[in-house]
Design a protein around this ligand. Structure first.
Ligand SMILES: [Zn+2]
Ligand SMILES: [Zn+2]
Length: 299
């Protein structure tokens, strides 16, 4: 079953024409538990990995916490997202590649005490022999490794939320956005700007203050590559962002938050990153090796 975000309930640009040039496309992945194959796009699924290439590890010293005892040696990274270009035609894959793989080490790392991602771009046709079995991290911190999910990639239109715009624009739009909400019943921040959930591109849906990510190599502002959020929507945002296919039986007043629904679309990938936070991966597309930076925040 595919997943579709409902049509945007308000023509944002009619109320806030300044946003015309800020429109972006994000690719919502809509992961749902399943049995993805190596040759499929997935969240938390098996990766198409060359047999001759060693599995990546993190050699960082991981501090133990009350709950978590990190492994003695290097920790094998865990698969987070695999995305084939055929499922993401608008994502700017580097030339000659058609496969994006993101893994992470789920323990706490600088700069924000969250998982440390690694990003790989590959040409899938260059992978002849495929790695059959890869090392699995024993006993990772709870909620930091997604359950295997198939994905339902869907492009959506986004506008910057309040944290993702400069002070001048914020000031210029604030009163009109409030009037728009009064007139239409839809909140700019929660319903009309950034898509929540796991997505490629678009605007990062920050929980706390926005970080500005600048490339160490060339000094350019980096582009959002991937947001890995714990939840696909929350009690505020579901009205606009819950896929139409998953609305049957949803109580309009309480939303899809009954106990029977726990773990359904909202937290389908089984992630609880801190207090339902997100990991954000940025890349520099001006530097040929596409360096990344990342951050983590939660409430
Ligand atoms: Zn690590
Ligand atoms: Zn750069």
């Amino acid at each position: 079953m595919t997943r579709h975000t409902p049509p945007r309930p308000v023509e944002v640009e009619e109320f806030l024409p300044e946003l015309r040039g800020r429109r972006r496309q994000a690719l919502r992945l809509h992961p749902r538990p399943g049995d993805p194959g190596r040759g499929q796009s997935s969240v938390g699924g098996p990766l198409l990995w060359p047999a001759g290439e060693s599995w990546p590890t993190c050699a960082e010293e991981h501090g133990a916490s009350l709950e978590d005892a990190p492994p003695e040696g290097a920790a094998p990274l865990v698969p987070i997202v695999q995305l084939f270009r055929r499922d993401a035609p608008d994502v700017p894959f580097p030339e000659g590649t058609d496969l994006l793989q993101v893994l992470w080490c789920p323990y706490d790392h600088e700069p924000s005490f969250g998982p440390r991602p690694r990003v790989l771009w590959r040409g899938s046709d260059e992978i002849r022999d495929v790695l059959d079995r890869y090392p699995v991290l024993d006993d990772p911190p709870e909620g930091t490794v997604p359950v295997p999910c198939v994905v339902h990639p869907e492009p959506v239109t986004e506008y910057p939320g309040w944290r993702n715009m400069g002070r001048d624009l914020h000031t210029a739009l604030w009163d009109r956005a409030a009037r728009m909400e009064e007139q239409t019943g839809w909140s700019y921040e929660e319903h009309l700007s950034e898509a929540p959930g796991i997505k490629v591109g678009g605007y990062p849906d920050w929980v706390q203050d926005a970080w500005r990510m600048v490339c160490d190599g060339c000094g350019a502002e980096m582009d959002p590559l991937l947001t890995v959020a714990s939840w696909e929507y929350d009690p505020g945002s579901w009205r606009s962002w819950l896929p139409v296919e998953e609305r049957a039986g949803v109580d309009e007043h309480h939303g899809p938050f009954s106990f029977e629904d726990a773990g359904s679309a909202q937290g389908a990938a089984g992630l609880t990153l801190g207090d339902a936070g997100s990991v954000y991966v940025f890349e520099c597309r001006k530097c040929p090796e596409r360096p990344i930076k990342y951050g983590f925040d939660c409430s």
